[in-house]
Design a protein around this ligand. Structure first.
Ligand SMILES: Nc1ncnc2c1ncn2[C@@H]1O[C@H](COP(=O)(O)OP(=O)(O)OP(=O)(O)O)[C@@H](O)[C@H]1O
Ligand SMILES: O=P(O)(O)OC[C@H]1O[C@H](OP(=O)(O)OP(=O)(O)O)[C@H](O)[C@@H]1O
Ligand SMILES: [Mg+2]
Length: 281
């Protein structure tokens, strides 16, 4: 029985549930359900705080989990990333009142508020800056105004929260994060975990690619294939029309309209694009 940890609330919750649903796993009926048994897939889903997930997985009580890369790193738990999941993207950055600081090195001797003390302390040690870390639970942007800290280190996505309190980011981003699938560091990948990874990879490919079909004169096929190389080479079949072939290839969703324009210029016709519902590559 594979045991998977899923964020029970917060920004990662909905997208994590969605990707597992698309991968064929059972859904919880309401947000109060904390454990879902999915006998069809021989697994159990445990809904936990995203911050705690790396701890459970690192202890080996759960086989895999979905959490943020920043939270995994912050926890210091013996767990490792196995698959980036393409949602929950953010950066972890320093911010302060405009003009107060311009680089991490200016922070020596100052107070920095954060709810990611583990991540921040590791970063300060790496860059050799001695500063005081003030650990808060959340809403750290207000700490400067209330005189608890001189700077903050926090998750920034759109930057709206910082703008609203008149703060600005400074220095290089400390970390770029997104939701990731994790397992215990060094744990072997059993069959259930391998199946979970393959399924999630299938969902990610189905999201990122479309299927493109078109007809083209045989003499242009090399140029057409250069535009639509597919994953392992496109399928080229004869067409019941002298001198023409039909081509089928997976194409990145992003930019597929430009590819269609270029194929049209090349003389391709009947260019069709369809969604991929699910796949296993
Ligand atoms: N706009 C965002 N705000 C906060 N976290 C975000 C955002 N976008 C992506 N994330 C990621 O989501 C994770 C944080 O999730 P969440 O905010 O739900 O946790 P939390 O701060 O512990 O919980 P809560 O905010 O409910 O106290 C981190 O991995 C973070 O990088
Ligand atoms: O750049 P933005 O798009 O504004 O998003 C970033 C903000 O969102 C998060 O807060 P959250 O809602 O998780 O509250 P918290 O700080 O209490 O965790 C994060 O801590 C920032 O405050
Ligand atoms: Mg939060």
């Amino acid at each position: 029985m594979l045991r998977i940890a899923v964020p029970n609330k917060g920004v990662l919750n909905e997208s994590a549930q969605m990707i597992l649903k698309e991968a064929g796993y059972r859904q919880r009926k309401d947000s109060k359900e904390l454990v879902v048994v999915d006998p069809d897939n021989s697994c159990e889903l445990f809904f936990l705080r995203p911050r705690d997930i790396a701890v459970y997985v690192g202890e080996g009580t759960l086989d895999a989990g979905i959490t943020g890369r920043d939270m995994l790193y912050d926890s210091g738990a013996p767990a490792e990333e196995i698959l980036p999941l393409g949602f929950g993207g953010s950066t972890f950055r320093f911010a302060a009142r405009p003009g107060d600081f311009s680089s991490v090195h200016d922070l020596a001797g100052h107070r920095i508020a954060t709810s990611y003390a583990g991540l921040l302390e590791k970063h300060l040690a790496e860059v050799g800056v001695d500063a005081r870390v003030i650990k808060l639970d959340g809403a750290v942007e207000t700490a400067i105004r209330l005189g608890v800290a001189d700077a903050i280190a926090d998750v920034v996505e759109t930057g709206t929260t910082l703008r609203n309190v008149g703060l600005e980011v400074f220095g290089e981003p400390i970390m770029r994060s997104e939701a990731v699938l994790i397992k215990r560091a060094g744990a072997p990948q059993n069959n259930g975990l391998e199946q979970l990874i393959r399924r999630l990879q299938g969902v990610l490919v189905a999201r990122d690619y479309v299927m493109m079909d078109y007809d083209i004169r045989a003499e242009h096929i090399d140029k057409a294939i250069a535009l639509t190389p597919g994953m392992e080479g496109p399928t080229v079949s004869p067409l019941h029309r002298e001198g023409w072939v039909a081509v089928r290839a997976m194409v990145p969703r992003r930019g597929h309209q430009q590819v269609m324009d270029q194929l049209w210029e090349l003389g391709a016709r009947a260019i069709l694009v369809t969604d991929i519902y699910a796949c296993r590559l």
